[in-house]
Design a protein around this ligand. Structure first.
Ligand code: C2O
Ligand code: CU
Length: 471
């Protein structure tokens, strides 16, 4: 397992796989041990770029956005050690993990208390670009940097690209002295969220990466920010295409300002310019003035590639049957604390101070707000589904803000939008714009309660969260 590489020269990766081949000869049952990795969540003082004083960050293994590479369908073991001062867990965002591995405290597992560990074990069924993060007090944990990248490699991809880079987008709400502004503000939570001014890629401001002239380049771009929705563009690259959405292969479509909401990922492919010294700027074109985020420079030996191969082998996901699918309606709405639920919480002795417990409510799903109760005191599920059955959900956004809606444990087919041309694609997080109706389809997976929420974390923490119960 390669633990660190943000960047991979695919030649050396193949070599690495060769040397790893010896380990693969060991019997399958004991394979878990050599493949185990430890992820320690801890507090680290680090000075963020441009600041004069250190920030109190929460990081996995003391790194900003560490990259973990594992292989599809192979057993993977991660020992999570919690060295934070509060309970935590790891949610493997977008990975179709067994329910007990989904990392939602109180719902799929007991919270991992400070000083304790928990072992996650699963064989990822789908290749792609994923990430991991905690699922309680998420606004602060993500705000302080607690997130990592999980790349699930697909043996079918071998040789398709000459180079790849992982680009992790994240903004920080840090002041110049390193201290943080409030991660959740009423003004932000009730609107588009509280933005960070310090915009980074892989923890750096405008980093420069290299690619060979003429190379087939794959960028795995992840937005791990809690708020920002950049519109991605690659200035200087001819015809960049999105080849995977949330890690899942799609029919390539032009990048062209694709909006990458919080938690969304896009794999982008293009052929690098054929002369050395050319620059490609990855920018956010949302504002009136494009905002450069990272730079790619061509250097080294020229490669001669053709565009023909800029596509990934098709995703192999459960195909919903649209003819027999049951229809679900989800309305994304504003909300306010439900007096019935509040009274009920009081009766049941649920303390409002408990971590994970929403105190402020601005949002709802079908007028139901997330009260954040412990496992045995959950609110009713938003829907009850039957494992193996197909569903088509229509998500309607009745608010003036965008919401990236995420469903745990399932990869859904985005069928289309009422408002725009949206190429059909697979996703685990879909951005729903104001007044828009988006239809998604999926096959209900493993029995259990699966979270469904907005990934603008201030929205999630102020009501826009629910769960689907699969039985
Ligand atoms: Cu990445 Cu429930 O979230
Ligand atoms: Cu939202």
């Amino acid at each position: 397992m390669d633990y660190d590489g943000m960047t991979k020269s695919l030649l050396t990766r193949r070599e690495a796989l060769m040397t790893g081949a010896a380990a693969l000869l060991a019997p399958r049952l004991v394979l878990a041990a050599p493949e185990a990795v430890t992820l320690t969540a801890g507090v680290v003082a680090k000075t963020l770029p441009g600041n004069v004083g250190p920030s109190t960050l929460w990081l996995y293994n003391e790194k900003i956005a560490p990259v973990l590479r594992i292989r599809r369908n192979e057993a993977f073991t991660a020992v999570f050690r919690n060295e934070l001062a509060e309970h935590s867990a790891i949610h493997w965002h977008g990975v179709r993990v067994p329910h007990a591995m989904d990392g939602v405290p109180f719902i799929t597992q007991d919270p991992v208390q400070p000083g304790e560990s928990f072992t996650y074990q699963f064989a990822p069924p789908d290749p792609g670009t994923f990430f991991f993060h905690p699922h309680c007090n998420t606004v602060e944990a993500l705000g302080r940097g607690l997130a990592g990248v999980l790349v699930v490699e697909d043996p079918r991809d071998q040789g398709l690209f000459d180079i790849e880079h992982v680009l992790v987008l994240k903004d920080w709400r840090s002041r110049h002295d390193g201290s943080f502004e409030d991660f959740l503000t009423d003004a932000g939570a009730a609107r588009a969220g509280s933005f960070g001014d310090l915009r980074t890629v892989n923890g750096a401001v405008l980093p420069t990466l290299t690619v060979q002239p003429g190379a087939r380049v794959r960028l795995r771009i992840l937005n791990v920010d809690s708020t920002r929705i950049p519109m991605l563009s690659l200035r200087g690259a001819a015809k960049p295409v999105v080849i995977a959405t949330d890690g899942n292969a799609c029919d390539p479509f032009a990048l062209n300002g694709w909006r990458l909401g919080p938690a969304m990922r896009a794999d982008v492919a293009f052929i690098a310019p054929s002369k050395a010294g050319a620059e490609i700027i990855i920018e956010d074109v949302f504002g009136t003035k494009p905002r450069p985020l990272a730079k790619l420079v061509t250097a080294g030996q020229e490669l001669r590639s053709t565009r023909a191969s800029l596509r990934l082998p098709a995703a192999e996901l459960p195909q919903p049957d649209l003819k027999t699918a049951t229809r679900l309606d989800v309305q994304l709405l504003s909300g306010s604390a439900d007096p019935k639920l509040e009274a009920w919480a009081k009766e049941n002795g649920v303390s409002p101070d408990e971590i994970c417990l929403t105190q402020k409510v601005f949002w709802s799903l079908n007028r139901q707000v997330w009260p954040g109760m412990a496992h045995d005191r959950l609110p009713p599920p938003l829907f009850e589904l039957k494992s193996g059955r197909s569903y088509v959900a229509e998500l309607f956004n009745g608010t003036p803000h965008q919401h990236p809606m995420h469903l745990h444990g399932h990869t859904f087919r985005v069928l289309g939008s009422s408002e725009r041309d949206l190429p059909p694609h697979w996703a685990d997080t879909v951005l729903v714009r104001p007044k828009e109706r988006i239809r998604i389809a999926f096959v209900a997976g493993e029995p259990g309660d699966w979270m469904f929420h907005c990934h603008i974390i201030e929205h999630q923490e102020t009501g826009m969260m629910a769960y689907l119960r699969v039985s």
